[in-house]
Structures are given as structure tokens and as C-alpha cells.
Design a protein around this ligand. Structure first.
Ligand SMILES: [Zn+2]
Length: 83
């Protein structure tokens, strides 16, 4: 089995023999706790976090995990959250 990933950026293309290797090579790290962000994550002011808690701990406001009210928060604040 091989896994080819291409998201349009030259630096983010590769062929891997497992999901684990692709994640290690390509997934961003949370700016607060350092874990790999393999889901949607939360982005605030261009910084990626694994969850809203980490984003808030780092000073971001107006972020929430995907618990139902996210779409309204996104429209009011312009913050990018879960889709
Ligand atoms: Zn985190």
C-alpha cells in the first residue's frame, strides 16, 4: 500500500507507506500543546491549534469546538473554526 498526498503546495507532497508516516511528515502541530493536528483543528490569526481550548489558552478569542454554535461564532468574529 502506498499513500500519495498532494495539497497543491510543493513542500506538502509525498508518497508514504502508512497514514502514520504521512501524518508525521505533513500534519501541522498545535501551537499550544504540540500534538499533531489530524482533524479540522482550529485556526486563529494564521496559527493552528488542535482544539478551541488550546487556542484560548494561547490568547485566541471567539473560537469554539464543533459543538453546534460554531457557525454563528465564525460569522460574528471572522475567526476560522470547524466547518
Ligand atoms: Zn493543542
Amino acid at each position: 500500500m502506498t499513500i500519495t498526498v498532494n495539497n497543491g503546495a510543493e513542500q506538502s507532497e509525498g508518497v508514504f507507506d502508512s497514514f502514520e508516516c504521512a501524518i508525521e511528515a505533513l500534519a501541522p502541530r498545535c501551537a499550544h500543546c504540540g500534538c499533531r493536528v489530524i482533524g479540522h483543528g482550529v485556526e486563529s490569526s494564521g496559527t493552528v491549534y488542535c482544539c478551541a481550548h488550546c487556542a484560548r489558552e494561547s490568547g485566541a478569542s471567539g473560537v469554539a469546538d464543533n459543538a453546534g454554535a460554531t457557525a454563528a461564532i465564525d460569522h460574528l468574529t471572522g475567526e476560522q473554526g470547524f466547518r
